[in-house]
Design a protein around this ligand. Structure first.
Ligand code: SF4
Ligand code: SF4
Length: 453
């Protein structure tokens, strides 16, 4: 099966139950942001910019655990900020799993290996014989050092503290926007791609389920994303989420002021999205892409959908964020209050594609339109069968061609970049690196030009 039966059945039962009861608006996925602090400053990230004045604030564990109960969503995406910085992240993830919900922990992966070592240390104290073969595999794959292995064998610092353990309903969801050069450029730090891959390889050996999430921007080369998926397939990654980049107000302002970039050169219009995603349906036959075939048809420009942002609500330090994950008009004290007080007729897109609010004009994101497809709001004849066939169908097999992808095409190949600088500067730096082998004097000149730019 494409996805685990228990998981697919759980979400399907939730939707069918609400439809039978005639519930007009309900949550399918909760976006839970326990904090907005992050160790990275990715280009295009609206969160760290919109909430820049409250980066030190965190939600209480109690509020975090109450939010899924309140909206009833069967799936919780813990995001942020970087959720692994949240001081109670282990208790939060295990608390939501104990509620019987699916957890997607969205991370930039920088702290994943540390969290997995903490889990192994706890397991080692419980059953050393079961953990030793895992440690041997991790060491052989150079995913854990000798010192770290010795630390794991010492057991946990606090035996009573919860850890992030593998669970059938738990997924690491790693942010990856391209191969090494592109990803490190977008996250504005070298070495991040390499750490993501090390962390995901370690996670698969330890026994976790791992997904990736990718945002597509105007400059994204779709052939590169295809190569990325081939590469990830060979690592055994379980699923991929892919969504078009949305032009958050906060991200747009940051881009202009800090990076001297023009937002229209970065984010997608609706027409550009359709062009970028035109081969998505063919991809779903080759890669374990998450989502529904109806949403994929929408992205590929084969049909229109209306927005149902109320089905993927966001809860953060401000409260329940309305009307959607991307746009903020107010924060509400409860999910119910948000449902009642937001004038939903003012947001989203009509069936003919006309935006009700100018800020919705270019939005085709998952948070707005995937639930419309999953719930069957704009259903056409045959959609239910399509969804069943897709979700209960066979899982695409890895191609075995992952090694053909030039995944490490950035700093580890000697082709570094000037993070956060103008495109011309990075291109000049790349040109300088390419000249390195043949003309040392020319390299110096090119490097000076790129730095001056
Ligand atoms: S890792 Fe996520 S939260 Fe952090 S800056 Fe990047 S996109 Fe934003
Ligand atoms: S279309 Fe929906 S999800 Fe997109 S910005 Fe508008 S309200 Fe938000």
């Amino acid at each position: 099966m494409r996805f685990p039966l228990a998981l697919t059945s759980k979400i399907a039962a939730h939707i069918v139950g609400h439809k039978l009861r005639g519930t007009k608006k309900f949550a399918t996925v909760l976006q839970l942001e326990p904090l907005h602090t992050c160790n990275l400053t990715c280009t295009g990230c609206g969160r760290i910019r919109e909430y820049s004045t409250s980066l030190k604030d965190v939600m209480s564990l109690e509020d975090c655990l109450r939010a899924p109960e309140e909206c009833g969503a069967p799936m919780v995406s813990i995001c942020g900020g970087e959720p692994l910085i949240y001081p109670h992240i282990e208790a939060l993830a295990s608390g939501i799993l104990a509620q019987g919900r699916v957890v997607y922990l969205c991370t930039n992966a920088m702290f994943m290996r540390r969290k997995m070592r903490a889990h192994l240390a706890k397991e080692f104290a419980r059953d050393a014989a079961a953990v030793e073969p895992i440690l041997a595999k991790l060491q052989a794959a150079e995913l854990i050092s000798e010192k770290e292995t010795a630390d794991v064998r010492k057991g946990p610092k606090d035996p009573a503290a919860p850890t992030m353990a593998p669970h059938p309903f738990f997924y690491w969801n790693v942010h990856l926007d391209g191969l090494e050069y592109t990803h490190d450029l977008i996250v504005e730090r070298e070495g991040v791609f390499k750490e993501c891959i090390l962390a995901m390889r370690m996670a698969k050996i330890v026994g976790y389920q791992v997904a990736t999430n990718t945002t597509i921007y105007k400059e994204t080369d779709m052939a590169e994303i295809e190569a990325l998926y081939e590469f990830l397939g060979d690592i055994g990654i379980d699923g991929h989420t892919i969504s078009p980049g949305y032009e958050y107000d906060a991200a747009k302002q940051d881009m202009i002021k800090r990076l001297n970039l023009q937002p229209e050169n970065f984010f997608l219009t609706r027409d550009m999205t359709r062009e970028k995603f035109k081969d998505l349906q063919e991809w779903t036959g080759r890669f374990p892409i998450l989502g529904t075939p109806v949403y994929h048809e929408f992205l590929a420009g084969q049909r229109e959908l209306t927005c149902s942002a109320w089905a993927i609500p966001t809860r953060n330090i401000g409260g329940w964020k309305g009307p959607c994950y991307f746009m903020t008009t107010a924060h509400y004290a409860s999910y119910q209050e948000m449902l009642e007080k937001v004038d939903w007729s003012q947001f989203g897109v009509e069936k003919n594609g006309t935006a009700r609010d100018p800020r919705c004009d270019n939005c085709m994101t998952q948070c707005g339109f995937e639930p419309t497809a999953a719930i069957g709001i704009d259903a056409q004849w045959g959609d239910t069968w399509k969804n069943i066939k897709f979700n209960f169908g066979a899982r695409p097999k890895p191609s075995g061609r992952g090694n053909a992808a030039e995944a490490y095409n950035g700093v580890t190949s000697g082709r570094g970049h000037l993070t956060g600088k103008k495109k011309e500067a990075t291109e000049a730096a790349a040109a300088a690196a390419m000249l390195a082998a043949s003309a040392p004097a020319a390299v110096e000149a090119a490097a000076e030009t790129s730095i001056a730019a």
